[in-house]
Design a protein around this ligand. Structure first.
Ligand SMILES: N[C@@H](CCC(=O)N[C@@H](CS)C(=O)NCC(=O)O)C(=O)O
Length: 206
């Protein structure tokens, strides 16, 4: 991947911010990146304005990545951009690509619920927690289509980092359902054992 460095703009979320899907993906793929992290406090509106003016994020939301003369936002499409560049981390057949896309879409649905719950709290958070077992069941079924540990079996794809992140995030915020499908536990173990990720993830859990 030459010597190009990706500039990754995100929030400084402390331990919660560790291991976001993009970071896991960059590390796993050996893509050099530099983090620019912003506080979510009274300084954010001003930073948001600047980032929009600079064209780094049109929506005013993060993550955003500067790479190869481009400004990229929307973290799932960002990972897809890199998979096409690398020629790895996606399905190969039409069906495999479809499966990866479908699970990504469900991941985005669940993430949108979480962002709203985190922002509004209260009832919205309760509703989110109630919906979680359903999401876990659905992800578990998709991950059961192949022997695993990844969605497509032995071949890792970008969506595996996203689903792993979701499991880890729910664990950290204490809302993980009591029963987690075995296929998702296998995914977690496999991601945590990946050579470029094992130490980073272990340190983040300390
Ligand atoms: N569709 C975007 C959503 C990004 C998003 O929801 N970002 C939130 C944080 S997780 C954000 O920037 N919030 C601050 C704001 O809206 O001002 C993606 O998937 O990357």
């Amino acid at each position: 991947m030459a010597s190009e460095i990706a500039i990754y703009h995100y929030f400084d979320l402390g331990r919660l911010g560790r291991g976001g899907p993009l970071v896991l993906f960059f590390k796993d793929a050996g893509i050099d990146y530099k983090e620019l992290l912003y506080k979510i406090d009274e300084t954010w509106p001003e930073n948001k304005k600047k980032l929009r003016e600079q064209g780094i994020t049109r929506t005013g939301q993060l993550p955003a990545v500067e790479y190869d003369g481009h400004r990229l936002t929307q973290h799932i499409p960002i990972m897809r951009y890199f998979t096409r560049k690398l020629g790895r981390y996606d399905g190969e057949t039409n069906w495999e690509k479809y499966l990866v896309d479908a699970v990504s879409d469900i991941y985005v649905d669940r993430r949108t619920e979480w962002v709203a719950a985190a922002r509004r709290g209260g009832e919205r958070r309760k509703e989110y927690v109630q919906k979680l077992p359903h999401f876990y069941e659905v992800f578990g079924e998709y991950y059961n289509e192949n022997p695993g540990p990844y969605l497509l079996g032995e071949k890792i794809t970008y969506v595996d980092f996203a689903v792993y992140h979701l499991l880890d995030n729910d664990q950290r915020i204490g809302v993980r359902p009591e029963s987690v499908p075995e296929s998702l536990i296998k995914l977690e173990e496999a991601i945590e054992a990946r050579p470029n990720l094992a130490e980073y993830i272990r340190k983040g859990k300390q």
